[in-house]
Design a protein. Structure first.
Length: 155
């Protein structure tokens, strides 16, 4: 399994190695960080970490939670998306966003005269950053009835 696999990223390569996992790397090939040699322990670590996340979500009062490393393509068919109210950012979260914004502005100013390829990359980066902040990067608060009757898949 590639080291860039979502399970490996979620668990972390360092945690995988501490647990005895072996990562094979090739000096002459760009392999995205290497190849994990033993998938079974990684999947168990990912499942255990997801169970911890599920415990935090369950504490919010959801009626049901389904946890798995990956869902089939149509697993959410028939489920409705609930509209929540975004919670305010903490001072620490706001400070992080402010620092990242300043860093981004410095990079943008540094590469302002760059060629077309970098310009396109900057535009894509900006769109992605704005979309991430708009689309639920913040925790949400849901009406009690939603949580008492509804649930959530976690993968």
């Amino acid at each position: 399994m590639r080291a860039s696999d979502k399970r490996a990223v979620f668990v972390g390569l360092e945690a995988y190695q501490v647990a005895g996992g072996i990562i094979m790397r090739d000096l002459f090939q760009d392999d995205g960080g290497g190849w994990l040699q033993d998938v079974a322990p990684l999947e168990k670590m990912a499942a255990d970490k997801l169970k911890g996340v599920a415990g935090d979500v369950a504490a919010e009062g959801w009626k049901w939670i389904e946890v798995t490393v990956s869902f089939p393509y149509d697993a959410t068919r028939g489920l409705r998306s609930l509209q929540g109210e975004p919670l305010d950012l903490t001072a620490e979260e706001q400070a992080t966003i402010d620092a990242l914004t300043v860093e981004y502005q410095k990079l943008e100013a540094e590469y302002e005269g760059a060629d077309e390829l970098l310009e396109g990359g900057r535009s894509a980066s900006r769109r992605n950053r704005e979309r991430t902040y708009r689309r639920g990067a913040k925790p949400m608060r849901f009406i009690l009835v939603y949580t008492a009757l509804g649930g959530t898949p976690i993968a």
